[in-house]
Design a protein around this ligand. Structure first.
Ligand code: PEP
Ligand code: MN
Length: 349
């Protein structure tokens, strides 16, 4: 349930309600809404209405939450959440672009790509240091060395960094080097990992599982919010269907649905969805038109030599053209996208 406080409620009255909720066996989560505080109360106990909370000073009303996910639900927080990654805002009027190689391969590769994606207009550098590969014989990532390279690329370019963590023991080290912690599709229901990542209080990019329903995805996000970390971005990256012409099927309808059911920003990854750079631009256009708050795109300066996901990686010039191509779509839905210099004209790689 949520307890909606009156706009004029005082600090002591809010604390009074929180203490009462704790006494009743609930975990209260304070949410600052527009002009008033709302307290989300999560607990296993069967709630019987009226709860008696209605009569406490400062309380306007008590509303039961019918969705199985609570803190993630728009019933708890009507306004869209803006995740703050330093000075970068995800979920505001600007569409945030995260780009970079699938995997960090070496320092030269990473810095080269980082500079190019930054010039083209990206705000966040992606790059896996711990790679969840389908085969144990494939390149598994540079691990800690890769994290240090990401850190150097951040210092060099000023880009924010997003990178994946694979297991709870590595959360601390990954959190030390990254601005956004990525939970990959294969780990979406690794609940101990979700809890551990929640406790870091760092922004989290939560990818949708390969065969996860919208509800399971939102329940996974609930694990992170339940640790009081509301800095969560959902990432639609395609789901397994009977269709084999693409690597996965981009569930474009999940974008407006996730935004209607929850207050969290939604990012779309057109590269892992399709498995081919050829579809990255049309799918990005569709994502922006459908209301996505950001894009996660694989870019490599030499896709043919990439150690991971070359076929779905864009060259920096193609990436720069993609950003120009989505700009009018963004304007049409009253959003903006930062487009940097045209790499094709300046003879970029
Ligand atoms: C990735 O973004 O590096 C990745 C492995 O993606 P996913 O978890 O969506 O497969
Ligand atoms: Mn990849």
């Amino acid at each position: 349930m949520i307890v909606v406080m009156q706009p004029v409620a005082e600090k002591e009255q809010i604390e009074g309600v929180e203490n009462k909720l704790l006494e009743m066996g609930f975990a209260p989560h304070r949410i600052q809404g527009v002009g008033r505080v709302v307290i989300g109360a999560v607990g296993d106990r069967k709630i019987i209405f009226p709860t008696g909370l209605e009569v406490l000073p400062g309380v306007e009303k008590v509303v039961p939450i019918t969705a199985p996910y609570k803190l993630v639900s728009r019933q708890v927080k009507e306004t869209s959440s803006v995740v703050e990654v330093g000075d970068l805002k995800v979920g505001g009027s600007e569409i945030v672009v995260m780009a970079g190689p699938c995997a960090v391969e070496n320092e030269d590769q990473l810095i080269t790509i980082a500079r190019l994606v930054k010039a083209a207009g990206a705000q966040v550098l992606r790059g896996g240091a711990f790679k969840p590969r389908s085969s144990p014989y494939s390149f598994q990532g540079l691990e800690q060395e890769g994290l240090k390279m990401l850190d150097r690329a951040r210092q060099e370019t000023g880009l924010k960094v997003v990178t994946e963590v694979l297991n709870p023991q590595e959360v601390e080290i990954v959190a030390r080097y990254t601005d956004i912690i990525q939970i990959g599709a294969r780990n979406m229901q690794n609940f101990s990992l979700l809890r551990e990542v929640g406790r870091t209080m760092k922004p989290v990019l939560l990818k949708r599982g390969l065969a996860a329903t919208l509800e399971e995805w939102l329940m996974a996000a609930e694990y992170i919010l339940a640790e009081d970390n509301f800095q969560v971005m959902l990432c639609e990256r395609g789901i397994r269907t009977f269709e084999t012409s693409t690597r996965s099927t981009l569930d474009i309808s999940s974008v407006p649905q996730a935004k209607e059911l929850s207050h969290l920003p939604v990012i779309v990854d057109p590269c892992h969805s399709s498995g081919t750079w050829r579809l990255a631009e049309p799918l990005s256009k569709a994502a922006v038109a459908a209301g996505a708050d950001g894009l996660l795109i694989e870019v490599h300066h030499n896709p043919a030599e990439a150690l991971c996901d070359g076929p779905q990686s864009l060259t920096p010039e193609k990436f720069s053209r993609l950003l120009s191509a989505i700009s009018p779509i963004a304007r049409a839905v009253e959003r903006a996208v930062h487009v940097g210099e045209s790499l094709s004209k300046t003879g970029g790689l």
